[in-house]
Structure formats: C-alpha cells, structure tokens
Design a protein around this ligand. Sequence first.
Ligand SMILES: Cc1ncc(C[n+]2csc(CCOP(=O)(O)OP(=O)(O)O)c2C)c(N)n1
Ligand SMILES: [Mg+2]
Length: 653
Amino acid sequence: MKHDLQTMAATLRVLAADMIEKANSGHPGAALGMADMAAVLYGQFLKFDADDANWFDRDRVIFSNGHASALVYSLLYLMGFDKMNVAQLKAFRQLDSFTSGHPENTTPGVDFSTGPLGQGIASAVGMALAEKIMAARWGEDLVNHKTYCFVGDGCLMEGISEEAIELAGLWNLNKLIVLWDDNNITIDGKTDIATKTNIPMRFKASGWQVLTCNGLNQNSIKKALKNAQKAKVPTLIDCKTIIGYGAPTKAGLSKVHGSPLGAEELNGLKKKLNWTYPPFEIPSDFLDWTYELGRRGAFDREKWKMRVSNYPAEDDFRNEIRGRLPNTEAIFKQIKQKFLKEKVDLATRKSSQIVLNELLKAIPNMVGGSADLAASNLTKTENSKVIQYNDFSGNYINFGIREHAMGAITNGIAVHEGLMPYASTFFVFSDYMRPALRLGAFMHAKALWIFTHDSIGVGEDGPTHQPIEQMVGLQAIPNLYIFRPADSIEVAESYEVALNLNKPSALVLSRQNLPVVRRDCNINLVRQGGYLLRTPLKKRKVTFVASGSEVSLAIKASDLLAEQGIETAVVSVPCYKLFMEQPEKERNQILGKEPRLFIDSGSAFSWYPFKREIDKILSIDTFGKSGPAKEVFADFGLTVENVVKIAKKVIKK
Ligand SMILES: Cc1ncc(C[n+]2csc(CCOP(=O)(O)OP(=O)(O)O)c2C)c(N)n1
Ligand SMILES: [Mg+2]
C-alpha cells in the first residue's frame, strides 16, 4: 500500500464501512463522503499528538455531525490514539466500548460529544472563543491553536447554528474553521425539500469568509485549508461531496445515510478502491506510517512544554488549564458573615450579584454573560469587563438574545478547559437552551447556569414568564445540580458547593426580596441538599418542606403557629439532587414522622417521592397569572394564612 493521504482516505472508507457492517448499524453516508476531508485535516493540517490526546495547546476538532462516528474511530485508530484498536473497531456501537454510537468525549481523541445536530458547531464557537480569551490571558506562546468543526446539512438547518454563526462573526473568531459536508442530502431526501437558503450567503452576512472546494479532491481540500489558516475572520469551507461516495449504487442517495451498505455494496466499494485485505486488516507498514502522522505534533508539543516550563507563572497556568480554581473558602466565610450581620432583605439574584462580584475578583479565569438580560439577571458586576472582537482580555460576554447558542458556547468554553464559565437568563427561558444543558451535563462540563426570576414572583410579566414546570424538568437531567436558595446565605453556600462540583450547576434565583432566614453560617448546610432550618423546642406537629422564596413563607407560618402553641419544623431544600443523594435514613430524620406540608411555587412533581397519605402538597400545577406578584401569590394560596390553615388541617387528619 502506498503511504499517502489518498490511501489513508481509502482505508478510512473501508474501515468505517466494515465497522458499520459488523455492527449492522451506523451511518456510512457521511463517513464515506468526508473521508478525504478527514485524511487531509489529520494527515497534514491538524496540530496534535496522538500520544497526548489532551495536550492543552492542540487544535480542537468537533464532528458536529456525530453520525460520522465510524469515520472518527477509524481516524483515531489510524492515528494511534490510546484505547483505539481493532477490538474497539469491531465493538462499534456495542456496550461499554470506546466506539459508542455517536462520539463521546470520554474516548481519547474525541474533543466533544456530538450527535444532537447543531450543538457541535455552536460549541465549536465556544471553544474558539475560549482559545482567544486564554490567549489574551497567557499570550500566544502558551495558547495558540485552532478549532476545526465538521458539519452536515443538518447542523446548518438547526436554528442554533445561526445564533452561533452570528456570534463567531461578531467576535472575528479567525481560528475557527468549519468544514461543511455539502452533499445536498439528509435522511428524508434532497435538502431542497426543506430549504432553499443560500448557506454561503448566510455565513457571509455574519462576517465569515467562505471558501469552496471539491470535498472529494484532496488538492482542492488542501488549497482551501491552506487559505483558511491565515484568515482574519472565521472560515466556512463549503466542501462539495457525495453522500456514500464510493458505494457503487447507493452513493448520492439518502438511503446510504444511516444503514449498513450490505455485503454486495460493500464488496463493490472495496473493488472500486482496489482493496484486497480482509476486514479490519491493515498492513503494518501502513499503520507505522499513519502512527507517525499521528505524532507529527510531538515536536511542537515538546517546544510548548519547554515554553511553559520557562514561563514565570508556570504554576498558575498549569492550575488554570487543569481546572483548579483558587481557594475561595475565606471569601465565602466573609460574605456569609456580612450577610448574616446585615440581615438585609435581598432578592437572591441580588445576593448572587454580590457573591459573583467577589468571585470575579478572586477567580480571574471566570467568564460569563447573559442573553441580553444583564440588568435583570444581575450577572454583570463592577468587576466585569466586556469581551470584544478586538480585545479578549475581558470576562463578560454579551450573548445577545440567543439562549440556545449561549448554552452550547458555554459548554464549549467549559470543555475547552482553562476557564470557569457562567451564563444567565430568565429561568423560564432555560427551556430555550435545554438541549445544551443536557449535553453539557452528559459531558460533566463544569458550567454555572444562573437563572433568575424563578417563579410567579415575576408578577406582572405574566404566565408566559412564570416558571412552573421548569424546575421539575431540569431536575430530571442527570449530573445537573440545581440550587434554589432561600436567602443570601444559602446563595453564597450554593455558589460554594457549585464551584466545588466537577459537574454543571444551576442557580435558580428570585426577582423579589427575601428575608434572611438563616441564623448561623458556620457550616455550609446547602451541601446536604436539604436540612432542618427550624427545629421546635418540643415535638413537632407538622414539617414544612420548601425551597427558595417558599422557605420564608413557611417560616412565617411556623412562627404564627408557634404563637398558637403549635410546634412545627421547617426543612429547607436548596438542592433537591444533593438531598436525594443523602442516605434515606438521614433524609427521613430531617423530614420527620409527623405530617409534612410541601410548599412549592411550581409543579408538585418533585415532592411525590416524599409524600405519604398523611401529607399535603401546596403547589402550582397550572400556568401562572398576570398581576402584581403579591396578588398572584395570594391567588394561588401561597400566603401565610392559607399555609397555616392547611397545616392545621394536615395535623387534624
Ligand atoms: C437535533 C437532531 N435532530 C435530528 C437528528 C436525527 N438525524 C441524524 S442525522 C440527520 C440528518 C442529517 O443530515 P446531514 O447533516 O445532511 O447528514 P448526511 O445525511 O448528509 O450524512 C438527522 C435528522 C439528530 N441527530 N439531531
Ligand atoms: Mg447532508
């Protein structure tokens, strides 16, 4: 076999097709169509070293069209990445393999998990932005890499791509290079059944450079990639391809998108490529050559390591790229003591701003922003400096009204490593970014989601803006920790717990003022998820269970009942997931045997696991109402009087 990129592309095609055939499942279309693009990129342009898949200054690659996974694994195998061997290729799409259905970033060499179309390109924008911010922090000697992203027609049809394209253009992310598998085909047929948009014009309108090449001709691809290297703006390379290229009868047809070629078609492909070896057998001299290609970047990596060693603040840089945040224990202690001493009623979004302001001073690599709600989310502080296309030294991002891309970009920043990202919008609009929240949680991407205006407390904006089911919906996402603090002290403690988790967290904060309900702040009680906030002197008759603004409501009811000689306990549950993770015995001790009254300004769902026959849930399971917040609360029975009334009924039962 010749040692050249043509042969490499042929090998990628055969390996991918054989994998899919063996698994009897997978997507040959994109893998066959993009093999030349992949061979040229990995074989000639990409800066990486397969011996160190996580080398910080490597170029990043995102296969936004994750259904090209068979191509990805074939590439990783030829390049000699850790864990990728013939056994793994044969285990494609099987349980517990590194070759799962769509690429997952736990596989060495996969920079980002993909599959849900559109997320990848938007997160690639986040990665390219993270590179710029890190380069501004540390200089190009330490941070200087590109972000490549493969996309299909599907990724570009998804709305999120437009949001992300606009931002990449705005920020002049010139090290972002997107390769479009322009085959005019999706699952249901030709793209013209669902679009007549001129895609190059779309990118150009947002300030991108657009290059065109024949995606099946390596010289043409090389020329385009070469032109893209020195761009002043982000580049789209429109690679004209044919889906399933090489398959004798199925090439160019939508049916080759997502089902195995079948024995005859596969043989035809191999014949066309003059392939004579048995499945999964690659001559060792050829593999030696591709392994060498996979280590082309070794020298660059060594030089980079030297530069890092010679860097005066080497340790700081290393800590940052390893995700080690500065110690903030003293800061949190101080903030909490201040909150406790002053005892001022504050909206939790306001106390969040106070905390965030201190954190931004202490954590220089913390960056974030809002989807055009900075003044409402209160996530822009005195210590915020806006990031702009000509100055990336800031820490604040104007995302515009683009929640979905904000989510994906934030994931890109988190997964890139080096920065601690946060993003904010109204809680009700978390729905607009849910797919990104899910994918970020799937990857354990450490981001802080700050959602304000957490309930009907929004008031006059009305039911379209009042979250009801959002909390329950997000609770169901694995790995995502959601905090709904009751007062300023719980806000500080929520931030502290969140920063110490290696997973994403969401803070759900009130618009309206809330009193300080905590009487002490020595121990971080939020860490337990739920805890006894008020314990009666004598035996309790009822236990109130609530989070956020409903906690102070419960306390007021509890105080009123105490005056009438009825002892009650109040349990605050600022983080439901952490509470669920507590041993059942401890949870039951906190909740007590006595009747429970759960109070929630949103959906009742969360409380059913704890609700027994004798208990009651006061919740809102319809959409909210337009009106002044106080009146809306009263309308839904969330008043001290009503809580007291229900409590008495529950006791009598
Ligand atoms: C958000 C989302 N919607 C739908 C799908 C299902 N899906 C996977 S690939 C695909 C068609 C993609 O077309 P294209 O990107 O052109 O890929 P090609 O068929 O050319 O390989 C669809 C609808 C998905 N993975 N993600
Ligand atoms: Mg297509």
